[in-house]
Structure formats: C-alpha cells, structure tokens
Write a protein that binds this ligand. Structure first.
Ligand code: DX5
Ligand code: ZN
Length: 216
C-alpha cells in the first residue's frame, strides 16, 4: 500500500486557499494538512478554526489538523465543528494528553499525537492505544522549508516496532523537510503518511510530485 500524501497549506498562498485546495484535489493527494500555530508554543502564527471551516466546502479531502498550540484542549471542540477529520496535538503542550485524546474521540474525530525532535517516543508510549495517528516532527515546528533531521526517522522505526508489539493500528506520519529524496528515506523507515508543504506548493507538476513521494 502506498503512503498517504498530506500537502500542508502552510506553504500555499493564504489569500487563495480555495485554489490550494483544488490543487491538492487535482494532484491525487488524499489529505490536506492544516498547521495551526499560536505564536507561543511555536514561533509563528497561522490561523484558527474559522479558516478550516471556510475551506471545508471547497474540498472533500481529509482534514489533518496539526495543532501547535499550548492548551490544545481549549480548541478541540471548535476544530471538530470546523470539519477536521484528524485532530493532532503536541504531547509537549499538554499535561492531560490522555483526557484530551478521549475528548477528541467523544467528538467522533480521529486522534493524533505529535512529538518534536527533542522528544523521545517513550513519552507517548502510554497514549498509543488511544491514537489513530502519531505525527513525528522531522524539523523543529514553526516554519516550512526547513531541512529534515535524519535522526527523527529512527523514531518512525521505533513506532513501527511498538505498534507491532502492542497489536495496534495507528498511522505514522512525518512532517517537515519532506521532498522526493527524504520521502524515500521515510518510506524505508515505515511511514504511512507524508506531510509536504514547500515541496508540494513549489512543484510545477503536483501530480508527478505526489507520485514521486509515493515512490511510484
Ligand atoms: C512545520 C509544519 C509543517 C510544515 C512543513 O512546523 O508543521 O507541516 O508545513 O513544511 P515543509 O514541508 O516545507 O517542511
Ligand atoms: Zn504540520
């Protein structure tokens, strides 16, 4: 089975996100990755749930919301209402991650947990039975266009082994610095979902790029 491709609209023209959604649909990428930043947990600001809600009618793509905010629990309800399919937050940004994951499931949404490059997989081990997605950051979050930190791919391998050992079925995603070359490394490590911001929106032939990322 080939990887799911999740272009991040962070790299799109924010004044024309409906066009970005159309580009994603036309490219064959299955998901749309929405990077929500609060200017405090990460050193950048993006958008809130209204943007997701406004974009929702323009596409049937799976909305993969990546919350890079402190107190993610304060935003879960609104993102669930805005049409998010997956709601992912950072283990580093919350104390009661277990409870937040339960709340997301209660709202009928898929759960995701993310870790920054400084965080080891062991920090989220107890949460794995409650997640549908683990998002491994392969750059320090905040900005698009950075270079992938290769050591982070070791965490993908660790997660593949843990998933097998525990008999679980969550998806493993990588986010940051994904291009044709690093996608191949991530696929070799066992990843299921590839997030790509600049590689996708800078590509002139987006369909070809999606095929390359999938390794076809
Ligand atoms: C970074 C974001 C990423 C970002 C990736 O903090 O979480 O989703 O858009 O961008 P690229 O693919 O350009 O590294
Ligand atoms: Zn992201």
């Amino acid at each position: 089975m080939s990887c799911i491709i999740a272009p991040s609209v962070l790299a799109a023209d924010f004044s024309n996100l409906a066009a970005a959604a159309a580009d994603i649909d036309d490219s064959g990428a299955e998901w749309t990755h929405l990077d929500v930043m609060d200017g405090s947990f990460v050193p950048n600001l993006t958008f809130g749930p209204k943007m997701a809600a406004d974009l929702r009618p323009h596409t049937s793509s799976v909305f993969d919301v990546h919350l890079m905010v402190w107190r993610p629990e304060d935003y879960i309800d609104e993102f669930a209402r805005s049409g998010a399919d997956y709601i992912t937050f950072h283990a580093e940004a919350a104390v009661h991650s277990h409870r937040i994951l339960q709340s997301i499931r209660k709202l009928g949404k898929k759960t995701g947990i993310s870790i920054v490059p400084a965080t080891p997989v062991i920090l989220i081990e107890e949460l794995l039975p409650l997640v549908d997605l683990v998002l491994v950051m392969t750059v320090n979050p905040g900005f698009g266009g950075q270079v992938l930190i290769p050591e982070c791919l070791e965490k993908v391998k660790t997660l593949v082994l843990l998933r097998e050992k525990k008999g679980l079925s969550f998806l493993i995603s990588v986010d940051g610095g994904i291009n044709e070359t690093t996608a191949a490394q991530a696929r070799a490590a066992g990843v299921d979902v590839l997030v790509a911001g600049s590689a996708f929106f800078n590509a002139r032939d987006k369909k070809a790029l999606v095929s390359q990322l999938k390794g076809r």
